[in-house]
Design a protein around this ligand. Structure first.
Ligand code: ADP
Ligand code: MG
Ligand code: ZN
Length: 603
């Protein structure tokens, strides 16, 4: 694109120049002959001139027919010389001619310099604009092309600690390698794969690795690049991207930071989002329109799946979502090893220790850490990077992350560990609760510092009163553990409390599970928030009933909380052992806690 600009400017200047020269040349050469003034005077005295036209400094004239000799022209022109001088010169018989001071070069300069300046400034500005938003000149045509990369030099070995995601993506790689084999069997691949996870966990890297593994072209664009300053450009760009990708199939289209483009429509009140909406609509149209059997796989990444337009997640669109979560200790070790390959480090490094020093860090932080350590070693003029550098680098990176509020301190980690164990131990002690799958203290997002994952073994349509009560007890187990262990409670339980209260309220108001309130239904049908019928807070029951309901809900919660406290007090040892294990490993299986519990019960 830039080359073409340069050429066009030069061509233009050259053109102007040539026209000027040729014109001058033609006029002077072919039609009119320039003769010296002395010759003109001679011709005049010989009576060979038919007529003349006189201007301020030049005389143009025509010779008589019979005066035209071989090789001479009929028309002539001469530059005037003033009378005095000409008479004087004539007297001494000197041939002379007038000379018009050439203004050509001066004219040229006074034109060309401004023109040059103008084009120069224009060119410079274009270049800057193009730098800021590529595709400005070409209206999106070449945009996607710029980003096509055939060989990224990244494969699955470069991405560590995301085994589950890799497992899921292997299928995509196989499809891209041999699209024919899949379609023969009638298999259908998901059209869109969405990588979801916090920033810096390696989503972009994974997408590149898929391309690298399957050795197909990789069309990559960032969601924010689609949202252009010209209306309609984003949509055109999407269309173009898909058209180009189809020609290059099998290939991957990767849209990074999909949330910038795929925010739910109709959120903005200002109404300034038409452009983004158009682009998003175009993306949806293209996704519906393309046939995955041609071998184009659409991948996207986001760290904010919750704000995506639901239409994007419907079947046939981004119907496969892959979680790329923060790494636990073992996974961090693997990531550190990958990045250690790039630097010269001492052989006897304690990578395990490094991994345990970096809780909460993601792949990008770890890459940064290794880099910092290498820089420190250079500063210290060391041949190899050693443990002291790594430890100092950890401190630096941690300080940086703490400033950004992305790491929790050790005390908080301990509280979170006991809290999560509280949930798990209560759940494991009560019958009819969902089995505990996993416990983790790897923070996820802003709200959850840790989590206890329970998955039901079967689909449930009915739940008994006991089951609901046990569920409440489990939810309260986190806070109960905090109270027992630290003799204090934290704000970390507010989500648990909300859910527990929700269940208890439903038991009283909807399921008729409270003896005092009785078998009645009090909940109002859920209405649209916007169609607010009736005055605020109007309910169909009396003040007294409302109080009764409140009391019953509180009663249920309190009873279950005491139950949780009882259970945990009896299992104090399990709590301690489990918390220790969890703090060390960051993520443990439900079975491991179960094993500890069984062991304790034996003694
Ligand atoms: P995301 O797209 O999830 O925000 P990136 O893929 O851009 O994260 O990761 C940024 C950098 O961090 C990568 O280039 C890589 O150096 C490093 N990194 C992140 N995750 C990993 C990982 N799982 N294994 C190895 N390196 C990683
Ligand atoms: Mg990214
Ligand atoms: Zn909790």
């Amino acid at each position: 694109m830039e080359k073409r600009h340069k050429f066009s400017i030069w061509y233009m200047l050259l053109g102007i120049w040539m026209v000027l020269i040729i014109q001058q040349y033609l006029v002077s050469l072919f039609a009119i002959e320039t003769i010296p003034y002395s010759r003109f005077l001679q011709l005049l005295s010989e009576g060979k001139i038919e007529e003349v036209a006189i201007s301020s400094n030049q005389i143009q004239g025509k010779l008589k027919d019979d005066a035209v000799t071989e090789g001479k022209k009929k028309m002539f022109k001469t530059v005037r010389v003033d009378r005095e001088t000409s008479e004087l010169l004539n007297r001494y018989q000197v041939a002379f001619k007038g000379e018009v001071e050439s203004t050509f070069v001066r004219n040229l300069m006074s034109w060309i310099i401004p023109v040059f300046l103008f084009f120069g400034i224009w060119y410079f500005m274009m270049k800057r604009m193009a730098g800021q938003q590529p595709g400005f000149m070409t209206l999106g045509k070449n945009k996607a092309k710029i980003y096509v990369e055939e060989d990224l030099g990244v494969d699955f070995d470069d991405v560590a600690g995301v085994e589950e995601a890799k497992q899921e993506l292997i299928e995509v790689v196989e499809f891209l390698k041999e699209p024919g084999r899949f379609t023969q069997l009638g298999g259908k691949l998901p059209k869109g794969v969405l990588l979801v996870g916090p920033p810096g966990t390696g989503k972009t890297l994974l997408a590149k690795a898929v391309a690298g593994e399957s050795k197909v072209p990789f069309f990559s664009m960032s969601g924010s690049e689609f949202v252009e300053m010209f209306v309609g450009l984003g949509a055109a760009r999407v269309r173009d991207l898909f058209a180009q990708a189809k020609q290059k199939a099998p290939c991957i289209i990767f849209i990074d930071e999909l949330d910038a483009l795929g925010k739910a429509r109709g959120i903005g009140i200002t109404g300034g989002h038409d452009e983004r909406e158009q682009t998003l609509n175009q993306l949806l149209v293209e996704m519906d329109g393309f046939d995955p059997t041609v071998g184009v796989v659409l991948m996207a990444a986001t760290n904010r799946p919750e704000i995506l337009d639901p239409a994007l997640l419907r079947p046939g669109r981004f119907d496969r979502q892959i979680l790329v979560d923060r790494p636990d200790k073992v996974e961090r070790e693997a990531i550190l090893k990958v990045h250690l390959k790039n630097i010269k480090a001492e052989e006897d490094l304690d990578i395990g220790k490094l991994a345990s020093m970096t809780p909460g860090m993601v792949g990008a932080d770890l890459a940064n850490l290794i880099n910092e350590a290498a820089l420190l070693a250079v500063r210290r003029k060391k041949q190899k990077v050693g443990m002291p550098e790594f430890e100092e680098a950890v401190e630096r990176v941690v300080a940086g992350l703490e400033k950004k509020n992305r790491l929790i301190n050790p005390k908080e980690r301990e509280i979170v560990a006991y809290h999560e164990l509280g949930h798990a131990v209560v759940a494991l002690s009560l019958p009819g609760t969902d089995p505990v799958q996993k416990i983790s203290i790897i923070p996820r997002g802003i709200a959850a510092l840790g989590y206890t994952m329970q998955t039901p073994t079967e689909d449930r349509f009915l739940m008994s009163r006991t089951e609901l009560l046990n569920k409440i007890a489990t939810l309260l187990g986190g806070r109960a553990a905090e109270e027992i262990v630290f003799d204090d409670i934290s704000t970390g339980a507010h989500n648990d409390l909300a859910r527990a209260t929700d269940i208890a309220t439903s038991m009283v108001k909807e399921y008729g599970m409270s003896v005092k309130v009785g078998q009645v239904y009090f909940a109002r049908e859920k209405q649209s928030r916007f169609l607010n019928l009736g005055p605020e807070g109007a309910t169909e029951y009396s003040e007294a009933t409302a109080e009764l309901i409140d009391n019953e809900v509180r009663e249920i919660i309190n009873t279950q909380y005491s139950k949780a406290l009882d259970i945990l007090r009896k299992c104090r040892e399990v709590l301690n052992k489990g918390a220790k294990l969890l703090l060390a490993k960051e993520k443990i299986e439900g079975n491991e806690i179960k094993a500890i519990m069984q062991e304790m019960q034996k003694t």
